[in-house]
Design a protein. Sequence first.
Length: 163
Amino acid sequence: MGRGRRKSDFMGPEEHEKIIEAALFMSSRPLSLGELGKLIKVAAPGFVAQKVKEVQDAYERGGSSIEVAEEGGKYYMRLRQEYVNYVKDFAQAAEISKHSLRTLAYISKNEGILKSQLCKRLGSTIYKDVSELTEKGFVSQKKSGRSKAITTTPKFKSYFGQE
């Protein structure tokens, strides 16, 4: 390999699925075909979708407790529903701070609440909580007038078994 080159600069077709799998595993948010395509240096969405399908099929054939899910045209890894109750207590406490968990519960009960309304109800500490929850992929924010509407993500739904 030349100087300054990464292994991915020389990837063959057999590496595409591995790179997609690694990206889905590491990401805290769902990824689009465009984002995955950039990683494997392929612009054709049909080709990228086929590679994602191959990763999904490999997890299905292998009988894994993990699956690759799709929602709204974006892909993410999650625990299969039948295994959630066995292990959910391990991740929740470690991944989300207690204060942010309280804010997340309020957001889930008031789906689409404006950040300004959330601040009025729970106080200014929500800004730190919402930032943490967005970074970890449990909520998303969308501009709505001068504020932002906050909604839960597919990761939230799969993590807390609300499908």
